[in-house]
Design a protein around this ligand. Sequence first.
Ligand code: SF4
Ligand code: SF4
Ligand code: SF4
Length: 305
Amino acid sequence: MKEISRRSFLTSIGAAATGSLAISANQALSQPTNILSEDRRGVLVDTSNCVGCRSCEWACKNAHGIDAGDIESYKDRSVFNNMRRPGIDSYTVVNEFSNEKNPLLPIDVKVQCMHCDKPACVSACIVGAINKHEDGSVVWDTDKCIGCRYCMVACQFQIPVFEFEKAIQPEIRKCDFCYERFKKGKLPACVEICPLEALTYGPRNELIKLARQKIKRNPEKYINYIYGEKEVGGTSWLYLASRDFQSIGLPKLNNKPAPGVSESIQHGIFAYFVPPVALYSWLGAMMWITKRKEEVKQEKEIDYV
Ligand code: SF4
Ligand code: SF4
Ligand code: SF4
């Protein structure tokens, strides 16, 4: 069978899925957030096709109102001298690893939230500020967050970051799978701009089939493993690579869903402090007071205008 190209994949399976999921995006908003669609979306990252152009970093910033600067500046490859992590102003970063087999072809790896099927961050959040949507995305809600940062502790991929520098209403920041673009039927910004077949978007189950086809046809190019298919219960973002994933910066994790870990974190905290109900009440009250103070402050500022 002929290998499916990224473009044909997107126009056939992927586009159909984008359409059907775009329809279900509106439905998802009014439905429980813990029911996953069979057609939930994903991205297959083929690290063997990534050239480290970092256009995805630029596009991601642009799509989220972050100052992205000149795209020409992203040609500076000196950034690869250090390992980088997603941060407050960069929801995705690309790291580069040397390739002993072919020193002229280093291995570039894009990193962002994996949009876990059973996300530890969601499980850890005691006020429901992070939700797993039916379409697969894990999205943070600015209105509910009380800044406890349990999500940061729970995430085994070390993705959520907190705006420590911001005095008023600091936020948790991470890749949101371009949820707002998705609702408009658009591709994630990083996928849209990627000039090569490094990022393939479509239904997660179809991406797994595509990944298997790629491995079968090019056993010399890929190790026989799809990272994210089973890790921590499965993730929406999946990876193919030519060598073991730990050597290119992806953590070795077991297949057990991570929520068990976050539940332990919460239970540990509860055991040492106060019963959960009392803590929830206290945190809820603090959140209300903080928000009310902010509203009063804003009302006063408006009065003076
Ligand atoms: S990678 Fe981390 S932040 Fe993203 S969904 Fe999984 S647990 Fe949550
Ligand atoms: S899916 Fe959207 S938010 Fe996530 S890395 Fe790509 S561009 Fe950024
Ligand atoms: S835009 Fe595509 S090829 Fe360029 S760094 Fe990002 S994933 Fe790699």
